[in-house]
Write a protein that binds this ligand. Sequence first.
Ligand code: KG4
Ligand code: ZN
Length: 336
Amino acid sequence: MRVLGIETSCDETGVAIYDTGKGLLGHALFSQVDLHAEYGGVVPELASRDHVRKLLPLVREVMRRTDTHPRDLDGIAYTAGPGLVGALMVGACAGRALAYGWGLPAVAVHHMEGHLLAPMLEERPPSFPFVALLVSGGHTQLVDVRGLGDYRLMGESLDDAAGEAFDKAAKMLDLDYPGGPRLAALAEKGDPERFTFPRPMTDRPGLDFSFSGLKTYTLTTVRQYAQADGLPDEQTCADIAAAFQEAVVDTLVIKCRRAIRVSGHKTLVVAGGVSANKLLRTRLESRLREEGAGVYYPRHEFCTDNGAMIAYAGCLRLQAGERSGLAVEVRPRWPM
Ligand code: KG4
Ligand code: ZN
């Protein structure tokens, strides 16, 4: 089975072709980062318009590069949610229309399912069951994954997502959008022991998270050391970034260890934009080894939004006999 996957839920236009026999044949991504940078965050209307401009040329490019003709395809998968409604509409309309025009079945994919299955595209894929830590700009969730579509939410953030907290803390330190990776880079120059930030909700049982207090703590520290230009000196900014990153990573690691113990599974899968964070990776690997559990990630480029994870998830869904109807429906909010 060969499936074309389309991802347009936020600010990346992603297209890929996955083949059950040959694996991932090809993928292409157009990032809108530069477009939104001057606004300090994603502008939904601009995102939709740019997906309209980029999507079909990307589909054409991936088809050409992989030498795929529409008759070689067995289906089309598109992200139907959660995400920005206008952005989702672009991918869903295009995916549904192409499938109709080419006489193929279409399937609507849950964006977070795409993320949690992304490590399966790697050479050494994890197998079910596992615990998934989904950490992106919009989600922080621990999920008990027993099989395709058999997902139980174990815990989630009650307020900001981890990626969102990274982005907001980065803004307080006057770092450009997207802040997460920039804050992580600044943290490498900092002393993680100069400040100790709280580890929210780790002193009580349960697997939920809360990152908004950490944001306030960051702001208070920035103001406390602010100079005439409103920012602390360079080294203090780096020390704050390091303390913030330590606190988020430590909190995530504590809850992952707990989730592994509660579930009895021996595998942790980490996906979503924040899974690109180096400190999170090294900490998780060492702390979960102590629990006898293995940790799996997607390759770096598939940590953030991409078409490959949608093509793959769609392929599994189509194989399981799932089809979406002719009406184009998107779900900006869609519990997994
Ligand atoms: O999964 P993703 O591409 O989009 C969403 O579905 O949200 O995740 C993007 C998020 C952003 O908040 C970004 O700042 C964060 O992932 N991120 C990072 C790093 N790389 C991306 N956060 C911390 N450290 C990183 N290295
Ligand atoms: Zn995402």
